[in-house]
Design a protein around this ligand. Structure first.
Ligand SMILES: Nc1ncnc2c1ncn2[C@@H]1O[C@H](COP(=O)(O)OP(=O)(O)O)[C@@H](O)[C@H]1O
Ligand SMILES: [Mg+2]
Length: 190
C-alpha cells in the first residue's frame, strides 16, 4: 500500500515495514542519477540511526539496498494534526538534542513528526546532513517556525514553547534563536 509520494521517493507499507524507494530522475545524467540516489539512501539510513544515538526517537532501519530503505512503521498521528504547546516544547527538546549531536534534519515540518504513545518520533531524514554551524541550525529552526506559522492557529504559543524546550537541551540555543530572527528578517527584505 502506498502511503506517501514526495518529489524524491515512493513510500509503501508492506507487512508492518515501511519501504522508501528513491525514484530515478530523468533530467539527470544516468550515472549521476544512480550515484545521487545511492548516496542519499545511504545517508538517510545512517543519519536516521545516528539521530537515535543522540536521544531522538526515529524509526529503526531494518534493511538497506541501493535505492531503498526498509524501516519500522511508526504508528500514530502526525504532529500536524495534534500539535499543542506542550508537544511543541517536546519538539524543541528533540531538536536541541539533534543539533547538540551535530545533525541538521533539513525538513523540520509537523508532517515529519509522528506522535506515538505520547512520544514524538522524527522521520524523513532524506535532506539531513552533519553540520554544527549556527546558520544551518538557524535555518532548521526557521523551517519549523514557518511551518507553525503557515499551518497552525496561535503560532506564538507554539513557537515560545519550542524555544523553552530547545534551550533546555541545547547549550547554544540562545545564539541559534538570535540567528533565526536574522534569517527571518533577511527573508522579509530580500
Ligand atoms: N517510518 C515511517 N512510519 C510511518 N509512516 C512513515 C514512515 N516513513 C514515512 N512515512 C509516511 O510516508 C510519508 C512520506 O515519507 P517521507 O519520509 O516523509 O518522505 P518525503 O520525502 O516524500 O516527504 C510521511 O509523511 C509519512 O506519512
Ligand atoms: Mg516528509
Amino acid at each position: 500500500m502506498e502511503i506517501g509520494r514526495g518529489a524524491e521517493a515512493v513510500v509503501t507499507l508492506e507487512n508492518g515495514t515501511v519501504k522508501k524507494w528513491r525514484l530515478p530522475k530523468s533530467y539527470r545524467q544516468p550515472e549521476l542519477d544512480l550515484r545521487i540516489r545511492q548516496e542519499r539512501t545511504l545517508r538517510e539510513a545512517r543519519i536516521t540511526s545516528d539521530a537515535r544515538r543522540c536521544g531522538v526517537l526515529t524509526p529503526i532501519i531494518r534493511d538497506i539496498s541501493r535505492f531503498e530503505l526498509k524501516m519500522e512503521h511508526v504508528q500514530g498521528k502526525k504532529l500536524k494534526e495534534v500539535i499543542v504547546p506542550e508537544l511543541s516544547e517536546k519538539v524543541g527538546e528533540m531538536v536541541g538534542r539533534l543539533h547538540k549531536g551535530g545533525i541538521i534534519h533539513g525538513d523540520l515540518t509537523t508532517s515529519n513528526m509522528i506522535l506515538r504513545e505520547g512520544k514524538i518520533c522524527l522521520i524523513d531524514f532524506g535532506l539531513a546532513f552533519y553540520e554544527s554551524s549556527l546558520e544551518a541550525q538557524g535555518v532548521d529552526v526557521h523551517v519549523y517556525f514557518q511551518t507553525i506559522e503557515s499551518t497552525h492557529d496561535r503560532p506564538k504559543e507554539l513557537i515560545e514553547a519550542f524555544q523553552a524546550g530547545y534551550v533546555r537541551t541545547y547549550p547554544e540555543a540562545e545564539a541559534v534563536l538570535k540567528r533565526v530572527k536574522e534569517i527571518k528578517a533577511r527573508g522579509r527584505y530580500l
